[in-house]
Design a protein around this ligand. Structure first.
Ligand code: NI
Length: 157
């Protein structure tokens, strides 16, 4: 176990397309365990491997009930639309207004390489889209409409 350093969006690693995971081995388990510890320490909802400097297709999403480990995730289906505040551990202290699907279904491999599907609405769907974007080198600030102002944040969006 160990905390990893979360990179900011000024680092080149946040803007690269990540490679698929091919080895489901102890190194991957360690990465997933470290990412979980790092995510929980930072009180985040999601974390992508490039945020800790690893250019592989791995993300974590905390649904509130469990921390999903998504290896080589793909967006299968989306529906509807939502517009709301979005933040990122790599863009500390800021929030942007981002349009995302209201619903998203994802297919991914677990740490042993088994494929599974998961789905979510609202915050979970937003998080799936945000984290999968990270794997293609996209930070939300590149797809947002604008940053939210202090007044909007104090008013609760
Ligand atoms: Ni992020």
């Amino acid at each position: 176990m160990g905390l990893r350093k979360i990179l900011t969006d000024k680092e080149p690693a946040l803007h690269k397309v990540c490679k698929p995971v091919v080895n489901f081995d102890a190194k991957l388990f360690k990465l997933l365990d470290d990412m979980k510890e790092t995510l929980q320490d930072a009180n985040g909802v999601g974390l992508a491997a490039p945020q800790v400097g690893i250019l592989r297709r791995v993300v974590l999403v905390d649904t509130g009930e469990e921390v999903l480990e998504l290896v080589n995730p793909e967006l299968l289906e989306t529906d509807g639309e939502q517009e709301g505040a979005e933040g990122c551990l790599s863009v500390p202290g800021k929030y942007g207004l981002v349009k995302r699907p209201y619903y998203a279904k994802v297919r991914a491999q677990d740490r042993h390489g088994e494929w599974f599907e998961c789905e979510g609405e609202e915050l979970i769907a937003r998080c799936f889209c945000h984290e999968l974007d990270h794997l293609d080198g996209i930070v939300y600030t590149e797809v947002m409409e604008r940053f939210l102002t202090e007044e909007e944040l104090e008013a609760g969006e």
